[in-house]
Design a protein around this ligand. Structure first.
Ligand code: ADP
Length: 453
């Protein structure tokens, strides 16, 4: 009916900002490539949003690594301690997850590292690892300026962490100091490498795939790393011995912080940013990653509801109208509905307290989810296509990890299609889910470091 037409046309007015053309994605790639060059350039790095930190990881695993390693994983939802035994191709991992309470995430650095040291001691006791020195690989997934494989200064907190007194400090030093305060003479922990989750993810996959030179995280945050020739790294202060390459941690989540992506940001992106704990920061990440995608959907649904285009009789006090109450996993669940029964969608709506919805409402909710997740997948694809084109290798494997990529029903396929469209003709690529990046990956970096000692 004409009345319906008007309604859908009206909805379109509020969501058309999520639909971007291929030309727009190509413009984003162009901007990203320029920003990456700025980041790599010594004299421009200070002002660059994308920091392109050299990681000091110069070699990928060659399959000969072996030994026993401790690994720590801090950088998002959970904190984990792992013991990783590597023997040729066999990797055995035992791990324990510990909660980081919000009061510690927003407390002092001393509290944070004391908490980490406590967990390590508990783990060592529970796993009977006393009386030995165990090399440790630390997956610390926040932007760090590295001065060596085991020296990393935090440049800023992201993803909901904000502990006082850590920015600019060497996090290995802080960990060692915290371990000293524990007074445990029975165990010696030596941090031999600090990596982030993207690097760990890449290392883990590169252990068995020689073509793997890009690592991507689509979880709480969004970040990527890749192998770059030293001759392109103006920032490099280490030696130029073979292999003349180094893994670059792009920290591309900060892309757009200088305003260059404002032409694609919607009213919902702006509102999300305003009420985040780091306004104006991590703008590319905020359009993509799991910490934010659900909220973008929620803000859109809220707007449509205010305009009388959705949930006509929704209760204004329900969760839908509260910040942060619509999780990204809901988006995955809703998009997994494939028929007119909308089983998952209804379950989510019930869970967030929306009552009296119609089937048409369900359809609209699912439509909004598909628009927001497709934009996220396509923006991440534009980033990867930029790297693939830069590296210009005939075959490239991209190691990917993170719950958003793992669990969203369409992310992988959307990305494959979009990357195909955006890369130079003739280049081949593969997106491969990487397992245990932060455990196995960190241990492998430690192993490679020990091998090269
Ligand atoms: P991290 O990146 O913190 O190491 P994860 O890879 O598990 O850990 O990512 C956590 C993020 O993934 C959270 O922001 C969460 O919203 C999102 N997430 C969790 N489950 C799902 C899901 N089923 N679908 C999409 N996103 C999810």
């Amino acid at each position: 009916t004409p009345e319906k037409m008007t309604k859908y046309e009206k909805i379109e007015q509020f969501v058309k900002g999520f639909k971007l053309s291929s030309l727009t994605y190509k413009r984003v790639m162009h901007l990203l490539n320029d920003e990456m060059n700025n980041g790599l350039h010594e004299s421009m790095n200070y002002h660059a949003d994308i920091k392109m930190f050299p990681t000091f990881v110069r070699a990928l695993p060659d399959g000969t690594e072996k030994g026993k390693f401790l690994a720590l994983d801090l950088g998002g939802t959970n904190f984990r301690v792992l013991i990783v035994r590597i023997d040729q191709r066999d990797v055995d991992i035992q791990s324990q997850t510990y909660l980081i309470p919000q009061r510690i995430m927003l407390g002092t650095g001393i509290q944070l590292f004391d908490h980490i040291a406590d967990c390590i001691c508990r783990f060592i006791r529970d796993h009977d690892l006393k009386d030995e020195t165990i090399p440790l690989g630390f997956t610390f997934s926040f932007p760090c300026r590295q001065e060596g494989l085991a020296k990393a200064r935090l440049s800023k907190w992201t993803k909901g962490f904000r502990c006082e007194g850590v920015v600019n400090e060497d996090i290995c030093f802080l960990l060692h100091e915290a371990m000293k305060r524990k007074n445990t003479t029975t165990v010696d922990v030596e941090v031999v490498a600090v990596v982030n989750d993207a690097v760990g993810t890449l290392m883990s996959a590169a252990h068995t795939d020689r073509n793997c030179e890009i690592g991507l995280i689509l979880g709480t945050g969004c970040n990527a790393c890749y192998m770059e020739s030293l001759k392109n790294v103006g920032l490099w202060e280490g030696d130029y011995e073979e292999p003349a390459q180094v893994l670059i941690n792009t920290e591309w989540g900060a892309f757009g912080d200088n305003g260059c992506l404002d032409f694609i940001r919607t009213e919902y992106d702006r509102e999300l940013d305003t009420y985040s704990i780091n306004p104006g920061k991590q703008l590319y990440e905020k359009m993509i990653s799991g910490m934010y995608m659900g909220e973008i959907v929620r803000l859109t649904l809220e707007r449509l509801s205010m305009e009388g285009l959705l949930f006509e009789s929704a209760d204004r006090d329900c969760e839908l109208f509260h910040r942060g109450r619509f999780f990204t996993k809901f988006v995955s669940e809703i998009e997994s509905d494939h028929d007119e029964f909308f089983r998952n969608t209804k379950q989510v709506l019930d869970e967030i307290g929306v009552t009296n919805y119609t089937t048409e409402d369900c359809n609209i909710v699912k439509y909004i989810c598909t628009l927001v997740s497709a934009r996220a997948a396509f923006l991440a694809s534009a980033g990867l296509a930029t790297l693939i084109n830069r590296m210009n290798k005939p075959e490239m494997t991209i190691a990917v990890d993170g719950s958003l990529y793992r669990f969203h029903p369409r992310f992988h396929n959307l990305m494959v299609l979009k990357i195909q469209e955006l890369i130079k003709k003739g280049l081949k690529f593969k997106l491969a889910l990487s397992h245990d990046g932060s455990g196995k990956g960190a241990a492998l970096v430690a192993a490679v470091a020990m091998r090269l000692r």
